[in-house]
Write a protein that binds this ligand. Structure first.
Ligand code: C2E
Ligand code: MG
Ligand code: MG
Ligand code: MG
Length: 289
């Protein structure tokens, strides 16, 4: 290792870089609270393609933050910061309300959509979550079964007893529950079976480069089969290629999501996308039986 005295410029540069990163984190943490009160947040919607009905009547809402100085900051960066610094519940509250407001608009136009949104471990221990959702469902006149909450397996397993209680309460409101990023945590299907979930989302790391012969194929096929044996629907996320769609269809996967169909889009662009997909878009836009 070279010592600092031999490369003062390099060292300075490094420290400078680290200070910038540190400064950015501090600003982001500080500004998150303001953002949660309505500054610079918006939602994108990514279609989920139902293979059985050959239709799109589901979407995942993904949070976007346009920071006044840094511009678009990815949720991969700011969500973990919000989780660590106690702002996540404010963000989640904002997302739930924004989703319900959008569903209210779509329902009013006869566009039936079920929207999933992401819930963090910290939300599951919050006593106000259920109360807030109940109020908002009433205010926007949305049936609970138009909402799906996506929760990672690690979030569920952090405090399983507490999560179990909250999940049952959310189920009682009609909300469906989905296990996000399945395969990246350390829980088994046996552990998950205790949770009142209806859907598994196979993590995109197994899907993106999927082909018939790779080791992931075995994992994906058996996850689909076991999920069905347990009465769960299966979503594959990260579908980027037509070949991947064909394989997943042949293996009986229920729902697909990924760049192959569409990137996450602002609400109006999402609607425009739906209109351009007559073969995928919901027909008279009524709930499938
Ligand atoms: P996630 O819930 O697993 O969401 C899927 C992520 O994969 C999204 O990234 C989506 O844009 C991306 N994606 C979808 N299809 C493809 C594909 O075909 N290829 C590739 N490479 N990526 C694809 P995004 O929007 O950057 O979100 C990242 C993560 O941030 C989410 O992962 C979720 O864990 C978290 N997140 C996003 N919005 C929220 C939110 O409102 N609340 C919470 N708590 N977390 C959120
Ligand atoms: Mg998700
Ligand atoms: Mg995921
Ligand atoms: Mg995730």
């Amino acid at each position: 290792m070279q010592d600092a005295a031999q490369m003062p410029d390099g060292l300075q540069l490094y420290q400078h870089g680290r200070d910038d990163a540190h400064q950015r984190q501090i600003s982001l943490i500080r500004d998150l609270r303001h953002a949660a009160n309505g500054g610079g947040l918006h939602l994108h919607f990514q279609p989920k393609v139902d293979l059985e009905h050959g239709r799109v009547y589901q979407a995942e809402a993904l949070l976007r933050w346009n920071h006044p100085i840094y511009g678009l900051v990815s949720p991969g960066e700011f969500i973990p910061l919000a989780e660590r610094t106690g702002s996540i519940q404010l963000l989640t509250a904002w997302v739930i309300e924004a989703v319900l407001r959008q569903l209210h608009i779509w329902n009013g136009r006869g566009l039936y959509m079920e929207v999933s949104l992401n819930i963090s471990a910290e939300d599951l221990s919050s006593l106000t979550l259920e109360q807030r959702v109940t109020e908002l469902l009433q205010r926007y006149v949305i049936p609970g079964d138009q909402l799906v909450f996506e929760i990672t397996e690690s979030a569920m397993m952090r405090d399983p007893e507490r999560a179990l209680t909250m999940l049952h309460r959310l189920r009682a409101l009609g909300i469906r529950l989905s296990v996000d990023d399945f395969g990246t945590g350390f829980s088994s299907l046996a552990q998950l079976r205790r949770m009142p979930v209806q859907e598994l989302k196979i993590d995109q790391s197994f899907i993106r480069e999927l082909d018939d012969t790779c080791g992931d194929a075995v994992i994906v096929r058996s996850t689909i089969d076991m999920s069905h044996a347990l009465g769960l629907k299966v979503v594959a996320e990260g579908v980027e290629h037509g070949e991947t769609r064909d394989l997943l269809r042949a293996w009986g996967c229920d729902t697909l999501q990924g760049y192959f169909f569409s990137r996450p889009l602002p609400a109006d662009a999402f609607e425009a996308w739906l209109k351009q997909q007559p073969h995928l878009a919901a027909r008279p836009l009524k709930e499938p039986s």
